[in-house]
Design a binder for this molecule. Structure first.
Ligand SMILES: *Cc1c(COP(=O)(O)O)cnc(C)c1O
Length: 224
């Protein structure tokens, strides 16, 4: 890209403001595969919420970065990584297994506020994707509500990488599920969906948290 990270950030912030009051949406800068120095650059511009997928990579970066960054874990968590997440993250967007949820609650230090969590929904019903089927979500939410060191906030989804109509249909389904669960008494306030390619649509369908990586940091190189 010919633009700088700062230019892309300022442009994205202005672009989001055309769709929504800035206070009504949380921009999560997804920094996986990018160095701590890029995170620091956005931090210096006022960005506080960052998302990471790979726990080891994230661990290698956090100790070099300011303590008041709000860390959102948006990747799958293996059981041997729950402790570092419980001790250092603020949010987990990808809960879909009881075992992982239970470990995170048990390992969350008592002097920290509960971990803020979302349940991941496999809204595109693709086999290779993580997340629960729509009809499994309510029971899993009830399970999470019993765990003392987790605070259930809402739902997260990664719609399929498909045509506009398909993506919007899936976002609409997420919106409907979110409303239904609230009618059933769950008091959710977070709908985490929307990435670089589809965040405008996600905002149309009620997203409260959008997770933007490549539109800010550039193309990812996983080989590095
Ligand atoms: C990588 C990732 C993102 C960011 O994707 P971009 O298309 O680069 O914006 C958002 N959400 C999840 C779950 C991701 O893994």
């Amino acid at each position: 890209m010919n633009t700088t990270l700062e230019e892309r950030y300022q442009k994205l912030i202005a672009h989001i403001a055309q769709y929504r009051q800035p206070e009504s949406v949380c921009l999560i800068a997804v920094s996986k595969t990018f160095p701590a120095s890029d995170i620091q650059t956005l931090y210096n511009l006022g960005q506080r919420h960052f998302g990471e997928n790979y726990i080891q990579e994230w661990q290698d970066k956090i100790f070099r970065l300011p303590e008041n960054i709000v860390w959102h874990i948006i990747g799958d968590i293996q059981s041997n990584k729950t402790r570092v997440v419980a001790e250092n993250a603020h949010w987990v967007h990808t809960l879909s297994r009881e075992k992982i949820a239970k470990r995170l609650s048990q390992q969350r230090p008592n002097d920290l506020p509960p971990l803020q969590v979302c349940v991941e929904v496999n809204i595109s019903e693709e086999n290779q994707k993580h997340g629960l089927a729509v009809n499994e979500v309510y029971d899993f939410c009830q399970y999470i509500k019993e765990l003392p060191q987790l605070n259930l906030r809402g739902l997260m989804a990664v719609p399929s990488d498909a045509d506009e109509q398909t993506v919007k249909q899936q976002m609409q389904q997420m919106n409907t599920l979110f409303l239904q669960l609230n009618q059933q008494g769950l008091a959710l306030d977070t709908l985490s969906m929307g990435m670089s390619g589809d965040w405008q649509w996600a905002l149309e369908y009620g997203a409260t948290h959008i997770r933007i990586g490549s539109a800010l940091f550039g193309k990812r190189n996983y080989a590095q």
